[in-house]
Design a protein around this ligand. Structure first.
Ligand code: C2O
Ligand code: CU
Ligand code: CU
Length: 427
């Protein structure tokens, strides 16, 4: 609703019952629904107030992942929402069109809260995204897909979050894969060219996605902005928290049924029927946007991912401490961050408040994939890889003080909850 020119979303964080399996109600958490939350549709330049009321019996938080908002509005463990309380994230949207999301960020409890169903998409549009000749009819040819995997209790009335120490390290990878809270749902395509907004909303599973007939598609946006040009591919890898917008041309598949598949675990996320009467194929532009050249850093930092004993995860040998600030940055700063994963397990790396540009993998610029050359806020770090990226803090952007700092962390939620996280300020 619109109140004096400010767009309000009033959302309730609730206990709910959701039907994943026919005839069975499973206990979940939800945001104004029965599992997950509504997609929030925002526009660059708009003033918004996203009001969350916590109707759970536990304290939580709600973070806008990918949002460039002041530290106070970031929804981390520094902004808890007490049981029964209401908390508002109020800010002016100041960033380009992209697909973001919201989820809890409670200290040591992000993983279980997300697992129970607390997450939703945030779509930001701008004048560029609205002018481009790309599929953009929400729900018709612009389709959000929140991809997750879950374990259920034997009678399926509960989501089962009980990782072992081994699963904390190696991933808590469920046996049931779900899309927008449904098991292998069917999408009837009414247009021949479909844009899917993919979100890896899992706790700690890396997805490798493609279509059952191996067809090619084009990625048009990564986490935080359009790519300069569409990138052609037939498989895409997304680690937890990463987003990709892809456009698929189903013209040759009229009348067919395809599947969006996950190849590492041989699962189906979505069944797609290409309606015989499907219409409207746009001609995807060759150039989607123009990104600024990667800026020259004036400072560099190194972050080494590690462990300090069973179930204790670290960055530079330190485990997360709400009262410790690991880095103090200023508006306009350009820094090179090197993140080293010399462990035998996969990780990724996410930062709050801004985005970054990946410049090298394992010391090689050639190993940076075409589709990770845009603005990202989470980047995959497979076992024994190192990467460098350039963090740009906007000169006229937002700030975060030591009482309400930003975070950087591994987005494998079991690693984050167990300490693989640090904090930084922007003054
Ligand atoms: Cu998606 Cu710090 O989180
Ligand atoms: Cu975030
Ligand atoms: Cu990790």
């Amino acid at each position: 609703k619109d109140v004096n020119g400010v767009l309000h979303y009033d959302l309730d964080i609730v206990n709910a019952q959701h039907s994943f399996f026919e005839g069975i109600q499973t206990a979940t958490y939800a945001i104004s629904g029965t599992y997950l939350g509504p997609t929030l549709l925002l526009k660059n330049g708009m003033d918004v107030s996203i009001n969350y009321t916590n109707k759970l019996d536990v304290e939580t938080t709600m973070h806008g992942h990918g949002m460039h908002v002041p530290g106070k509005m970031d929804g981390t463990a520094h902004q808890p929402i007490a049981v029964g309380a209401r908390w508002s994230a109020s800010y002016r949207v100041q960033q380009n069109a992209c697909t973001n999301w919201y989820h809890p960020h409670y200290l040591h409890k992000t993983a279980p809260h997300v697992y129970q169903g607390l997450a939703g998409m945030i779509i930001i549009e701008d004048s560029e995204s609205q002018a481009l000749d790309i599929p953009k009819r929400y729900g018709i040819d612009d389709i959000p897909l929140v991809l997750q995997d879950r374990f259920f209790s034997a009678d399926k009335t509960q989501l089962d979050y009980s990782p072992s120490n081994m699963q904390l390290s190696n991933g808590y990878i469920g046996d049931t894969f779900i899309t927008n809270g449904a098991i292998e749902p069917t999408f009837d395509a009414e247009a021949k060219e479909i844009r899917f907004r993919l979100l890896n909303g899992s706790n700690s599973t890396v997805y490798e996605l493609g279509f059952s007939n191996g067809k090619n598609f084009r990625q048009i946006a990564s986490d935080n902005a359009f790519l300069e040009k569409p990138v052609n591919m037939n498989r895409i890898i997304l680690s937890p928290g990463e987003r990709a917008e892809i456009v698929v041309d189903f013209t040759d598949d009229t009348g067919a049924s395809l599947r969006l598949e996950e190849y590492r675990y041989s699962k189906t996320f979505l069944k797609i029927n290409i309606n015989k009467n499907a219409t409207a194929v746009t001609s995807l532009p060759a150039q989607l946007t123009t990104l600024d050249p990667v800026a020259t850093p004036t400072n560099s930092r190194q972050f080494r991912l590690g462990m300090a004993g069973m179930g204790v995860f670290t960055i530079n040998d330190k485990t997360m401490d709400m009262n410790r600030i690991d880095a103090a940055l200023s508006q306009g700063d350009v820094e090179e961050w090197e993140v080293i994963n010399d462990m035998g397990v996969d990780h990724n790396f996410h930062i709050h408040g801004t985005h970054f540009r990946v410049v090298s993998r394992n010391g090689s610029t050639a190993q940076v994939l075409e589709n990770e050359k845009g603005y990202k806020d989470v980047v995959y770090l497979p076992a024994n890889e190192t990467l460098k990226f350039i963090v740009e803090i906007p000169a006229d952007g937002v700030t975060a003080d030591s009482n309400n700092p930003y975070m950087f962390h591994c987005h494998f939620l079991e690693h984050e909850d167990n300490g693989m996280m640090g904090q930084f300020t922007v003054s």
